[in-house]
Ligand binder design. Structure first.
Ligand code: URA
Length: 238
């Protein structure tokens, strides 16, 4: 991209004004003053204006995906499995998942290119509630329910208190909602196993007050302005 266009795209000024800045010797590329209009900027070049680095302003996008089982949430997979990015093909933006869901977990996954929001939402100090619908093998006992609520030992560390709401008790299985605000590796599966109930199905149904509603499995949608403001707010508290 030509230097004056690049500076304008970075929000410095109009293209004509940027040309003037270049001619005045106010712009450096990779540490060298450049006064020639039309100099090409390549990816990786460091451009400074008045001594400060300028960068392209990326437009932030925010999506909610209903992740199916059978997709990894890493951006690349060494086993060549499908990744959630295969499901968001028709966006020109390079987004990445906020946190992770296991290969065998389905449900609500946020995707964005806003690194600050991702950092805030996944930081444990912000205590963002995540609600999972869990189907376990066996009929959940009151004792196990209490243990899940109070905290259980996984990987040598107690979990924080959680909320448990039983939805259905069958003869051989139980479906309940488990709400946690930590994001430890395979936390829900490990918590259930720790109290003696292997997980059969796991689906994330909400993050904070964002819910999947009628978003179809494998589909995604852009978040509304209101949802984005809400996420920004909860990722900054605390
Ligand atoms: N807890 C798990 O065990 N797996 C997930 O995918 C998310 C939370």
């Amino acid at each position: 991209m030509r230097l004056q266009k690049y500076l304008a795209a970075c929000g410095i000024a109009s293209r004509r004004k940027c040309e003037a800045y270049i001619l005045e010797g106010k712009v450096e590329v990779n540490g060298q003053v450049v006064q020639e209009l039309g100099t090409k900027v390549e990816p990786g070049d460091k451009v400074t204006f008045g001594g400060k680095e300028v960068k392209l302003q990326e437009e932030y996008v925010y999506y909610m995906l209903n992740k199916p089982v059978g997709y990894v949430t890493t951006v690349q997979d060494e086993k060549q499995r499908q990744t959630v990015l295969d499901l968001v093909k028709d966006t020109k933006h390079r987004v990445y998942p906020v946190g992770r869901l296991d290969y065998n977990t389905s449900g609500l996954l946020l995707l964005t290119n806003d690194g600050e929001l991702t950092y805030g939402l996944t930081h444990p100090k912000h205590h963002v509630n995540k609600c999972y619908e869990v189907k376990v093998q066996g009929v959940l006992s009151d004792e196990a329910k209490r243990a899940l609520k109070e905290g259980v030992l996984i990987d040598g560390k107690m979990t924080y208190p959680a909320k448990v709401k039983v939805l259905r008790k069958g003869e051989k299985s139980t479906v309940f909602q488990l709400t946690i605000h930590e994001g430890r590796n395979r936390q829900v599966r490990k918590m259930c196993e720790a109290v003696g109930y292997p997980v059969l199905l796991l689906k994330r149904v909400s993050v904070g007050k964002l819910t999947l509603d009628d978003l179809e499995l494998g589909c995604y949608r852009a978040l509304t302005e209101r949802e984005i403001s809400y996420l920004k707010q909860i990722s900054q508290n605390g």
